[in-house]
Ligand binder design. Structure first.
Ligand code: C2E
Ligand code: CA
Ligand code: CA
Length: 860
């Protein structure tokens, strides 16, 4: 049996021995001669000591002092203390109890009394501890779930007239924090959150910790909750935990209907928190009818899906795809429709994401693939054109180990070649687990399926990976097409993508084509296929079959023609700089179809070519052992050119590790040792060219993504990036917030085209009143944020703002009602842009009140 430990604190040795004798049979005894010694024993054995027997009168540190110290130390405070003292006086007893002692015994010691008291006190404490453990969460000291429920119900019952809210929170990545930063850091974080809750509730409610990272409180309703509030809480929590990246979601349930069980109220608050999981910038959600209906609906969908599949409520629609060159029907995309007996046709945009979450998508997609193949088979049997149909492959499908088997079995079952199925895999899937997905897609492609990258252009990451990606077709995201045609500048992003696709020998499908203008634009840039409402909406299979029949009747049939991918721009140049004439000849032969080849026999000639042809040069095959200026010098100069023109350089020399290393260090894109086969050189050049091109396009895409299409100014994203790269030397700076005063009325009265013209005009005006290095952005519909660097005084900042406001008024005087109001804040250091904008916004608000059409400065 394990003995409980008792600490005896007594200066008199005889008394100590006596107590020891009394207790030793049943307890383990520790002895201390005075308070100080006792404290150090406590420190060591705090978790084992069940009780303390304490003499009040001792040298060094007396009993009272010891009591006060230990009772104010949380670690020991709950250990019960029995005070022993010589005289039987009541004063001592009262004083001892007042200092926190649990009980009192008089000397001389009576063994039975002592044993009895000791046993009952230890017993009491242990029961209390058990209750406590049940009531309180050990780590944070908040109420445990069950006890919180009980207390909260009591509180609600006691205050029937008060308005309460249940507020809860959930850390999205708590497991990650534990894994990455360690359990102690996780615990610290939880304790910090508990403190925050305690402070938030501040006596006007109760807090509890449910499990792991879930906290809940019941709080008197005394303010409206804002995103800002919860955002600040997250910032605070991130700061105190030192883990930086805490992502916390809060849920609020307003206690209005008190007949709902309290447990359910908490569940609802938690559901609200969960409903914004993964949504960037959203910190809290309130459980309301909207959310309730959404959850109910999701539940109903989930409940009904299996039966729906069995009963044939899911049907396949086909949306035709046309070849742009000659408007021939070239294929279709299979899109699922849910024809619900009560609800009618349901949008996949609603149920697909849900099925992706609950896993049902795998089954549904397999159904779609099967039905699609069945349709292809029946058309073939009827002698209709053998077109291909695209099906969607959800990212969940990719992680299904049976994917390739299932697809192969399906096409085999209907006697089709895999190339009749195009598999649309969404771009964002590629970013998740690139290796896994590449592996799967490579094997699908090797089996003969055609791979399309769906929604291309909706993300950026994929561009860097395009080189390794097994792909046949790029399918442009529709948002992207739709904003592109609104763009005034000719060198749009579409052109870049077409260039990219050409290089990689990919076909391009544009999706979401709604207007003849969009179609024309696609044609102009040489896009291959189009799909969209402009040509046809998704339609039932038999209707599509009709289209196919008409097509067959017209005698023509669209075929995938590589030839249609002709380029019409002037050919790029490949420069071959090598001292060996035979070698130059071989290289010329190798590349003559792809490039205009130019030769140089020495360094001087090579430099001459570079100067003459500049941007037309696409690639250089450069011998490092050239004479004249040697290959390295040429490389160095080329390197400088490369900053301007995108030239890719392949260095060659007889295999020599030193040279290879040096060339690569100097920025050559690749090195190939001589002798080598021409095939290997071609491979290297092609690969290097792709890499260079992708780099260029990637940059271009990123730049495009940070610009506002209407004005060409930065958009929010671009603004943030520009602010992030500000340097110390840029301060002091002024941040302006301009607001176009009557854009809405212009839009309403004169139409959006006129509104857009105003916006562009204002952007132009901003450009002409600022420096090249200033940051100009269109922040929202009619809001512009401008940061001017090196703005040294408040007066200058204000003057500049007024100047711009005046300029726009003057401009407006000629035509209709242009005007803007501005707020400005000036700062000597770099500060968080949110804060600056917030202040500029306050100043703008002031200006709107007192100085409309002018500019106000933010002051403390
Ligand atoms: P998605 O793969 O990007 O499919 C294209 C969506 O664009 C379809 O919406 C289509 O009807 C719509 N669309 C076509 N042309 C136009 C146009 O000119 N303008 C506009 N505004 N929209 C156009 P739908 O059928 O509602 O499908 C929505 C999404 O649901 C699909 O986006 C896809 O992600 C998913 N989905 C649909 N069917 C399936 C399926 O069988 N399996 C899987 N995994 N996902 C599917
Ligand atoms: Ca698709
Ligand atoms: Ca798409």
């Amino acid at each position: 049996m394990i003995y409980k430990t008792i600490l005896v604190v007594e200066d008199n040795e005889i008394n100590r021995t006596m107590l020891n004798t009394i207790l030793a049979d049943q307890y383990q005894v520790l002895e201390a001669e005075n308070g100080e010694e006792a404290l150090s024993l406590l420190e060591r054995y705090k978790d084992e000591i069940s009780l303390i027997l304490l003499d009040l009168v001792m040298p060094v540190m007396d009993g009272y002092t010891f009591l006060s110290i230990m009772k104010s130390t949380p670690d020991y405070a709950t250990i019960p203390v029995i005070v022993t003292t010589q005289n039987d006086g009541e004063t001592d007893e009262v004083a001892a109890l007042a200092h926190g002692a649990t009980d009192f015994v008089a000397k001389p010691y009576k063994p039975q009394v002592i044993l009895h008291r000791v046993a009952s006190i230890i017993n009491l404490r242990e029961t209390a501890a058990m209750v406590n453990q049940f009531q309180y969460d050990r780590l944070t000291g908040l109420y445990s779930k069950e006890f919180f429920y009980r207390k909260a119900k009591e509180l609600l019952a006691q205050n029937p007239q008060k308005r309460y809210d249940v507020i809860c929170s959930d850390i999205e990545n708590f497991k990650l924090i534990n894994d990455v930063f360690g359990i102690p850091a996780g615990d610290r974080l939880l304790c910090g959150i508990a403190r925050l809750y305690t402070r938030m509730v501040n006596g006007r409610g109760l807090c509890g910790r449910f499990n792991a990272d879930q906290f809940v409180c019941l709080l008197e309703h005394s303010w409206e909750y804002s995103n800002e509030m919860f955002r600040n809480a997250e910032i605070e929590i991130s700061a105190m935990s030192n883990t930086r990246s805490v992502s916390m979601k809060w849920g609020v349930f307003a206690v209005v209907d008190r007949t709902i069980p309290f447990e359910q109220m908490c569940d609802r608050a938690l559901l609200a928190a969960r409903s914004i999981k993964g949504q960037y910038g959203k910190y809290f959600a309130t459980y309301d009818d909207k959310l309730r209906n959404k959850l109910l609906r999701e539940q109903a969908i989930t409940d009904g899906m299996e039966a729906a599949l069995k009963e044939g409520q899911f049907v396949i629609y086909l949306q035709p795809k046309y070849r742009i060159q000659d408007y021939q029907l070239a294929g279709a995309e299979a899109l699922i429709r849910w024809n619900h007996p009560e609800w009618g046709f349901q949008s996949p945009a609603e149920f697909i994401p849900l099925f992706e979450k609950n896993g049902f998508i795998t089954k549904l997609d397999q159904f779609v693939w099967d039905r699609t193949c069945a349709a292809l088979r029946s058309w073939d049997d009827k002698g209709l054109p053998a077109i291909a149909v695209s099906v969607n492959v959800s990212r969940a499908d990719i992680y299904n180990a049976n994917l390739t088997d299932f697809l192969m079995n399906t096409v085999n079952k209907y006697g089709l070649s895999p190339s009749r199925l195009h598999l649309e895999i969404t771009e964002s899937a590629y970013t998740e687990d690139p290796n896994q997905i590449i592996e799967t897609v490579v094997s699908l492609r090797n089996l003969g399926f055609i791979i399309e990258m769906d929604d291309f252009g909706s993300g950026y990451s994929s561009l860097n990976m395009l080189n390794q990606m097994p792909l046949d077709i790029l399918k442009l995201d529709m948002k992207f097409i739709q904003s592109e045609t609104a763009k005034p500048n000719k060198q749009g992003i579409l052109r870049f993508i077409m260039g990219l696709a050409r290089w990689m020998k990919l076909s391009v499908v544009a999706e979401g084509v709604e207007t003849p203008e969009q179609m024309e634009r696609l044609r102009e840039i040489g896009c291959d296929y189009a799909q969209g409402y402009y040509m046809a909406r998704p339609m039932p299979c038999d209707q599509f079959e009709e289209l196919l029949r008409e097509q067959a009747g017209s005698g023509e049939q669209a075929e995938e023609t590589e030839e249609s991918q002709q380029e019409d721009c002037p050919r790029q140049i490949l420069l071959i700089a090598d001292e060996d004439e035979t070698y130059r000849g071989q290289v010329r032969e190798l590349f003559k179809d792809q490039f205009e080849v130019v030769e140089a026999a020495d360094g001087e000639a090579a430099l001459g070519c570079i100067a003459d042809y500049e941007s037309r040069i696409g690639a250089v095959v450069l011998s490092l052992t050239l004479s004249g200026p040697d290959g390295f010098s040429v490389l160095e100069i080329l390197q400088r050119e490369k900053a301007v023109w995108n030239i890719c350089a392949i260095a060659t020399a007889s295999a020599d590790a030193g040279m290879e290393e040096r060339a690569l260090e100097m920025g050559a894109d690749d090195f190939t040792g001589k002798p080598h086969t021409m095939k290997s050189l071609k491979r290297r050049v092609t690969r290097a060219l792709r890499a260079t091109q992708t780099r260029e396009w990637s940059l271009e895409l990123q730049q495009e993504a940070s610009r506002d299409y209407l004005t060409g100014l930065l958009n929010r994203r671009g603004f943030q990036a520009a602010m992030d790269s500000l340097r110390k030397e840029d301060a002091p700076l002024a941040l302006y917030l301009f607001d176009l005063d009557n854009l809405k009325s212009i839009n309403d009265t004169f139409g959006h085209a006129e509104g857009d013209r105003h916006i562009r005009q204002f952007a132009q005006l901003l450009r002409s009143h600022t420096r090249e290095s200033d940051i100009l952005s269109r922040y929202g519909g009619d809001e512009f944020v401008v940061v001017m660097k090196q703005m040294k005084t408040d007066e200058a900042a204000l003057k500049k703002g007024e100047e711009i406001c005046r300029a726009i008024r003057e401009m407006g005087a000629g035509g209709n009602l242009a005007a803007c109001t501005a707020g400005v804040v000036r700062r000597n250091e770099l500060d968080s842009s949110e804060e600056l904008i917030e202040r500029a916004d306050q100043a703008l608000y002031q200006a709107k009140k007192n100085n409309k059409g002018g500019c106000s400065l933010w002051r403390k």
